[in-house]
Each structure stands twice: as structure tokens, then as C-alpha cells.
Design a protein around this ligand. Structure first.
Ligand SMILES: Cc1cc2nc3c(=O)[nH]c(=O)nc-3n(C[C@H](O)[C@H](O)[C@H](O)COP(=O)(O)OP(=O)(O)OC[C@H]3O[C@@H](n4cnc5c(N)ncnc54)[C@H](O)[C@@H]3O)c2cc1C
Length: 432
């Protein structure tokens, strides 16, 4: 068995580490933060267990994450969400459909729009839109197909949530339809671990520590490359050697670890310029049960969504309390600019109050976060799967990349989980 160093203990670094450790490989992870989990980190305070924003897994038991957990002997079961709602354009709360019955039931559409939506979903299910639309934006596709009214708003909201991209002029229509096709193929949409994320993280750490270590609070300064081969890292000022190195750091930051002069300008540009998804989100601890919703809660204007995680899983809040999380996907420019960021936070706050008018009285504490990177890659028409860097690094042997900015199928976090399968196959020759 060999030895592998992984730079970063984000969820994808840990998923790969656990797979390798399960095979008997010696795995050493270096994580610059004092805690594991990266953008999927978990926070506990006063009996409240919070994810970092909304954290659902697309395709639930059929996801890459489920496959990996099963492989390491820590299978995860998933919970389907209950009824989802949207506060629509006119301010009324209507069902946001996640099934054919939901479409029939929802007041979001006219009868004609319902018929057209069924027609589109039938074509998506058949895979008729899987190819050829990768570089067509959702907006252009909707315009070409005269998609209007509730039908259009529904696709826009799917773009904001499935693709984490509320910019329809950018979203790749082809990638979105492929994702929806996979929902039909697997029979599973976005789902939540039935016991929450805590046991998932705990199982990964346990597995890695059987045959290795996670060193938190240790930054990797550089990857050591010798004659075109990765042979170790400089971590915390010390040289540490291994047979293979995996980088779990988003590709935009790849060249903080290696000189860009060692790579082709086109590769460097592709990595550095990859646009992430960005967003503002509030995680709120409530001292009282204020609602029974167990599905996603959308608002159309502004385009936000979230859920009460503690209604899905017992134990995420103390008896009588609740955990609410709401995300406002927005642009990098909005998050970078101080004044715009404050404006977006106010808009998110007003969206939350549309569902919960008196919520202020029951907030025990809350986190307000704005992140330049929610997901590593916005799946827009210029950043589709084939336009992102792969798991192998050109010109450097024994160096692999994992994370949600890699060329793997899906959108958002599942890109990262799929990249773990690709890296594992490239490293070991084994497919899961
Ligand atoms: C608000 C929010 C909502 C989200 N919702 C969902 C969702 O519903 N579904 C979904 O699938 N995904 C969701 N995501 C995305 C998901 O969280 C990410 O895809 C995932 O966490 C990325 O994991 P990663 O391991 O690829 O990268 P990261 O989490 O970025 O991990 C990289 C790690 O490397 C460490 N690191 C960086 N540089 C160094 C260095 N030099 N030395 C050592 N360590 C280093 C970092 O500290 C970090 O821990 C959401 C994210 C956010 C923020």
C-alpha cells in the first residue's frame, strides 16, 4: 500500500481520504483551518447543529456521496423533502412542484403552462435535451421556445437552486436539463441525510484516522514536484514526502501551491478565471417552533431558498427550538462590494420575513455570511463539464485534484463528490 498526502480537509478531501484509507493506504491530510469540513463545516452551539447554509445532496441514495459512504461501510440513508413552496411574483404562497402531482396542485401555472411544463419534463426524462444545448443559455432557450409566465418563473427558480445560478443569461440550459434528466433516471431529487451531516463527517474522520491523520491548523505552502512528478508538500514549514499528492483546494487557488510557469498558459487561465457561484446566507437558531414546513421555501423576488433543517431531522435543535437556513445566490460582484452586500442582506432578510413575519422575536442567535465561493464553479455556458480542469494535472504525474471546480458531472456540490470518484479511479484503477 502507498502513501498519499491530501491538501485540505474539505468534504471532498475527506471523502477521498476515507476511500483510500479504507483500502489500507496511509493518508495524511493537512488542513489550514482549525476545523475540518471546509465549506461544508458543521457548527454546534447550545444544542443547535448547523450546516453552513443549505446542504442537500442531489440524487440522495444514488449520489456519489452515498456510494462512497457505502464503500467505507458507513452507508447513509436520506430523507426526501416534504412539500416545497414559493412566494410567487404576486406575493402569494403557492406549492413549488417537485412531482407531477405537485404541478397539477400548484397555483403557480395556468392550465396551458402546466401542459407545456409536462411536455418539457417528458422530453427531459427521455434525454432528448441532454446533448447539443451546453453552450445555450437558459434565457436564450426560454426565449427561443417562448417560455413565459409561471412556466418561466419555475425554470428560473430551478436554475437558482439546482444550478445555484440566478443569472439565466449564463446558466447552461444543457447542463440544467442533464441534471434534471438524472433526477428522473435515479428517482431522487435533492435530499438530506436522515441523521443530519454530523455522523457523515464523523465516519469519514474515523476511517481516515484508522490509517492516517488529519492535521488541522497546518497550511500547505507548496507542492514539491521533482522531474515532473509530485513527491510531497511543504506543510507548516516542513518537507513531507509521499508517493502521491491530492489537492482539495479550489482550482482558482491552485497556483498558490505551485509555480504557474510549470503549466501551459491556457491551463493556468482556465483554473484562475473559473467563476464560482456566490451567495449570502443566514443560519438562524430559533427559541420556538415557528413553522412545520419540511420542504424547500423559495421566494421569487428576490430569488432565495432555504429550509428548516430541524423539521427534517430530530436532534438538530433542542426541544422546542428550530434551525432555519436561507440562501440568496448572487454574483461575485455583489458579494465583493460592501454597499451591494448590505443591500442583498436586507433583501434576504425581507424574503425571510415574507414567510415568517414575526421571526425577530424568536431569534436566539444567527450567522450572517456572505461568500465569494459557495460552489467552486458556476455551471454557465463557458464553464460546462468539458471546460473545467480534470482530476489529473497536465504534465505532473502522481498529482490529482478533487473538489467542486473540477470537470465532473452535475452542478454545485455534487461536482465535488463526483470528482472524488474520478480521482479514486485515476489513482487506483478502481471504479465504484
Ligand atoms: C451556503 C452554502 C450552501 C451550499 N449548499 C449546497 C447544497 O445544498 N448541496 C451541495 O451539494 N453543496 C452545497 N454547497 C457546496 C458545498 O459546500 C461545496 O461544494 C463543498 O463543501 C466543497 O468541498 P471541497 O472539499 O471541494 O472544497 P472546500 O470545502 O473549499 O475545501 C477545501 C479545504 O482546503 C483547505 N485549504 C485551502 N488551502 C489550503 C492550504 N494551503 N493548506 C491546507 N488546507 C488548505 C480549506 O481550508 C478547506 O477546508 C453549499 C455551500 C455553501 C457555502
Amino acid at each position: 500500500m502507498g502513501s498519499t498526502i491530501i491538501v485540505g480537509a474539505g468534504i471532498n478531501g475527506m471523502l477521498l481520504g476515507a476511500l483510500l484509507a479504507h483500502d489500507g493506504e496511509s493518508v495524511t491530510i493537512y488542513e489550514k483551518n482549525r476545523f475540518t469540513g471546509g465549506r461544508a463545516f458543521l457548527y454546534e452551539r447550545g444544542g443547535y447543529v448547523m450546516d453552513y447554509g443549505v446542504h442537500l445532496t442531489r440524487f440522495g441514495p444514488e449520489s456519489a456521496l452515498a456510494k462512497i459512504m457505502k464503500r467505507i461501510g458507513a452507508g447513509v440513508s436520506f430523507k426526501r423533502l416534504g412539500t416545497s413552496y414559493v412566494i410567487d411574483k404576486n406575493g402569494s404562497r403557492v406549492v413549488f412542484p417537485t412531482s407531477p402531482f405537485g404541478i397539477v396542485r400548484s397555483d403557480m401555472f395556468t392550465l396551458y403552462e402546466k401542459a407545456r411544463l409536462f411536455g418539457l419534463l417528458f422530453r427531459i426524462k427521455k434525454g432528448a435535451l441532454n446533448d447539443g444545448l451546453m453552450d445555450v443559455s437558459l434565457r436564450d432557450w426560454m426565449n427561443m421556445n417562448n417560455v413565459t409566465g409561471g412556466f418561466r418563473r419555475y425554470l428560473e427558480l430551478l436554475s437558482a437552486s439546482v444550478m445555484v445560478c440566478p443569472f439565466f443569461e449564463k446558466t447552461s440550459a444543457g447542463e440544467m436539463f442533464r441534471n434534471l434528466n438524472r433526477v428522473f433516471a435515479t428517482g431522487h431529487s435533492a435530499e438530506y441525510p436522515a441523521a443530519g451531516w454530523k455522523p457523515v463527517h464523523a465516519a469519514l474522520i474515523r476511517e481516515i484516522e484508522k490509517a492516517g491523520a488529519i492535521n488541522c491548523g497546518v497550511r500547505v505552502d507548496s507542492v514539491i514536484i521533482d522531474r515532473g512528478k509530485a513527491v510531497g508538500v511543504v506543510a507548516g514549514g516542513r518537507r513531507v514526502m509521499a508517493e502521491r499528492v491530492v489537492i482539495n483546494v479550489p482550482v482558482q487557488e491552485l497556483f498558490t501551491l505551485m509555480p504557474d510557469s510549470a503549466f501551459s498558459p491556457a491551463y493556468v487561465k482556465m483554473c484562475r478565471q473559473l467563476v464560482p457561484t456566490s451567495g449570502i446566507f443566514f443560519d438562524i437558531a430559533l427559541d420556538k417552533r415557528i413553522a412545520d414546513y419540511d420542504g424547500l421555501l423559495y421566494t421569487y423576488s428576490p430569488m432565495t431558498y432555504g429550509m428548516i433543517t430541524s423539521n427534517l431531522v430530530d436532534g438538530l435543535a433542542p426541544e422546542g427550538g428550530q434551525v432555519l437556513t436561507m440562501l440568496y445566490p448572487t454574483s461575485l460582484e455583489d458579494v465583493r462590494d460592501g454597499a451591494l452586500r448590505i443591500q442583498r442582506k436586507d433583501e434576504l432578510w425581507s424574503a425571510i420575513k415574507k414567510y415568517f413575519p414575526g421571526i425577530e422575536q424568536h431569534i436566539l442567535w444567527m450567522r450572517e455570511s456572505s461568500l465569494k465561493m459557495v460552489d467552486g464553479a458556476q455551471v454557465n455556458t463557458t464553464q460546462t463539464e468539458e471546460n473545467r480542469p480534470g482530476t489529473s494535472v497536465p504534465g505532473v504525474r502522481n498529482l490529482f485534484l478533487v473538489g467542486d471546480s473540477i470537470s465532473s458531472p452535475g452542478a454545485g456540490g455534487d461536482i465535488g463528490n463526483e470528482s472524488v470518484l474520478a480521482a479514486y479511479a485515476a489513482m487506483t484503477g478502481n471504479a465504484l
